[in-house]
Design a binder for this molecule. Sequence first.
Ligand SMILES: *Cc1c(COP(=O)(O)O)cnc(C)c1O
Length: 385
Amino acid sequence: MSTIPLLDLKRQYKTIREEVNAAVLEVLASGGYIGGPVLDKFEQAFAHYTTTTECVACHSGTDALYLALRALNIGPGDEVITTPFTFIATAEAISLVGATPVFVDISAQTFNLDLDQLPAAITQRTRAILPVHLFGQPLDMTRLMAIAKAHKLNVIEDCAQAVGAEWAGQKVGSIGDVGCFSFYPTKNLGGCGDGGAVTTNDPEIAAQVRLLRDHGRRGGYLHEQVGMNSRLDALQAAILQIKLRYADTWNAQRCAVASRYHQLLSPVKGIILPPESAGGKSVWNQYTIRILPPTDASLGYQSYRDQVRQQLQQKGISSMIYYPLPLHLQPVYQSLGYQPGQFPVAERAAKEVLSIPLFPELLPVEQEQVVHGLKDCLVQAASSS
Ligand SMILES: *Cc1c(COP(=O)(O)O)cnc(C)c1O
């Protein structure tokens, strides 16, 4: 039986093989592997794509977040508000600069920060808000920016999963003070290795990120600050430059896959479909459903979902749990003193979510197979629990 992967990067490579191979060979022959015109060109193209004036490419999305926080001078004694339902890197970057992540629960509708609860988390020490456009779904940036403005807080958008997404007609990464992107291979715009970028309309922030990314210098051997080595290789820049041209096409294909899932899955009982954002345009990095156990199930939410996932796997259908444990309950953040039950919406989501295969090249017949398999598994799991 053929397996349906969560994501198939080999299929995508086949569609652009000639272009990518040529670009890679060109860089290899050029002898310039770090920085140079290939990198400059990509930074300009990415700034243009995100409708910002500045883009500074770096080694990863994690570094992009770290560099953005450093550039805003956020450090020890400062608090940064973020979501507990995200990849660890979001909070990790806050900790790495010496600041404290302050978590606020998510909204049950969107998986993103609950803006109703956000103002209550603001203290004297709060310096910034770090929202995540999770799964490609943009957050209500109009409301978030109004809250930030009223409290004079910086906004750093974690756009790792949302390249090309829009809120109220504006591209994510161009709305807050800074946007942070990842080019990790599984993101909507992925390189062939690690990569990231910071976008901003503020030349001072961009200059500061540029300085910190290269050992705190403007060039030469005069070091003004403690920086780091966080470069994007010329090879990655060359590959990304080509893939960027396809970003909108691939995002549109992802949207088509998502609509098809919506259509096929809406009659299915026992699951909740992912939200379709009203004021924004999602780019569907993940299609994440919630699996609800039957009311008489002896198993808890989590084991029921895990059982469905296991049965799907047996049918050759891949799926993933993004994310199984919210950040406030992670061992690494035990010292922050959060308790189970403190963020019930995130905790419940962690027990119910299941991301199913979604990528631009996924075929309709494969989607039908996924939906069929899922229906079977739900029946199977319900009868055995
Ligand atoms: C992937 C990801 C990151 C980190 O990006 P890397 O390039 O892997 O360092 C940060 N935040 C979110 C939400 C992500 O999904």
